[in-house]
Design a protein around this ligand. Sequence first.
Ligand code: S3P
Length: 166
Amino acid sequence: MKIFLIGPMGSGKSTIGKVLSERLEYDFYDTDKLVEKVVGKKIKEIFEQNGEQYFRLKESEELDKTRKLKNAVIATGGGIIENEKNRLFLKEEKKVIFLDSSIERQYDRTKESQKRPLLNNGDSMKILKELYQKRLSFYQEVSKLKISMDNLTEGKIFEKILDFLD
Ligand code: S3P
């Protein structure tokens, strides 16, 4: 089984994904890390030197490569659903979980981050809000389960995920 975690930056996809993969004894992948590895640069450098479009191309290629994986938890970058091909791919998957989060929580969890170049061009609260408005319907469209992360303990989050996977 393959489990995809989608949702905005700072919603907890990597944190939850890692723990989930350990519990299930699955492999853990993160599309941002896969892109960094294949390009040989950090996300920040890719955006600066190659541009966002190039990053999106590589992100899409890495998502496509996950087809061949088995027993894996895959955390995806927050913008992965902007690409129609990626949405079609995810829609075909059975276990796509949308980790939803308030803008305030996204902000708190991303403010020290080096891997979110999109937030470095001005008022990051405003940018997070705009991205969320633009992307929310896509997250909803491709996911089979939505978890609102704001007031849940880690225990509750896993309970919901494991119930869904049963
Ligand atoms: C992005 C989210 C980031 C990373 C890149 C762009 C986005 O991943 O892919 O900075 O467009 O929302 P996380 O969602 O893991 O922060």
